[in-house]
Design a protein around this ligand. Structure first.
Ligand code: ADE
Length: 257
């Protein structure tokens, strides 16, 4: 099949109805840029009750997803040569924008959604990568899987109306995005900054850059390290006079987000 294939192994295929109402993804599906193929784990369940989970060896509360149905589901999927299998788990590596970018070079992501109290440890052997969407625990891997489908899809060529909108946005470069305004000029006594209506494109560009730095410092200063003025070049705008910084060393090659 042409386009990027997302093959999702899940006990709750209905959860993915959400993506039919998410502008960019819906458009990508309609334009055959992506296919979202849902593999209902229940169909691979064992016995006449199509059992997919069982009690944990060693005792304890809750049920554990059995390995058999997940392996069967995974085996049933046609794999391309540029395919990776991702296991959604809170124990995985925390998802960053750079992962989305990395995965756009593939043409298939097989996503396994965990469920209940967990899954049999042997399921991990199927995965090229274990991914968490953050340091919190959800009831299953469906919302994390939708996050991945969304994040990758919007980077695929032809998906966004205006591909330039990817260039400025937060997390694609090292800094958070600058503030945006649209009409009206004055809204509830809040006025659009004069610079944006000055028509001076050089100044506007400088202002936006400054705001990106300011915002990153203010909201995500974990990404920026303040340094001595003499060490690094000073930026030549008023509001930047005291903003001398550089990105943390590891961020200079690639931001860790
Ligand atoms: N399943 C449950 N919580 C999760 C998380 N934070 N990330 C990925 N998969 C999960």
């Amino acid at each position: 099949m042409s386009g990027f294939n997302f093959d999702v192994i899940t006990l709750f295929p209905k959860a993915f109805e959400l993506i039919n109402n998410l502008g960019v993804i819906t458009r990508a599906i309609d334009n055959n840029l992506i296919n979202v193929n849902l593999h209902d784990l229940r169909e691979f369940g064992e016995g006449c009750y199509r059992q997919v989970d069982d009690k944990p060896y060693g005792g304890g509360s809750g049920m554990v997803l059995k390995p058999g149905p997940i392996y069967e589901a995974h085996d049933s999927i046609n794999k391309s040569s540029k395919s990776k299998t991702i296991l959604m788990t809170p124990q995985g590596k925390v998802l960053k924008q750079k992962d989305f970018i990395r995965w756009t070079s593939l043409d298939q992501l097989i996503i396994i959604c965990g469920q209940y109290e967990g899954f049999d440890e042997r399921v991990r052997c199927l995965a090229d990568e274990e991914i968490s969407i953050g340091d919190y625990v959800l009831s299953g891997g469906e919302i994390p899987a939708i996050t991945i489908i969304n994040g990758v899809t919007r980077l695929l060529p032809g998906t966004l109306g205006d591909p330039n909108s990817l260039l400025d946005e937060s997390h694609n470069n090292f800094l958070l995005e600058y503030p945006h305004y649209t009409r009206p000029l004055i809204f509830r006594e809040m006025k659009v900054p004069d610079i944006l209506i000055s028509g001076n494109h050089k100044e506007i560009s400088l202002w936006r850059k400054t705001k990106m730095y300011e915002r990153t410092l203010l909201k995500r200063n974990d990404l920026i390290k303040m340094v001595n003025v003499s060490d690094f070049h000073q930026r030549n705008t008023d509001s930047n006079d005291n903003l001398n910084f550089y990105l943390q060393e590891e961020n200079e090659t690639y931001p860790d987000w």
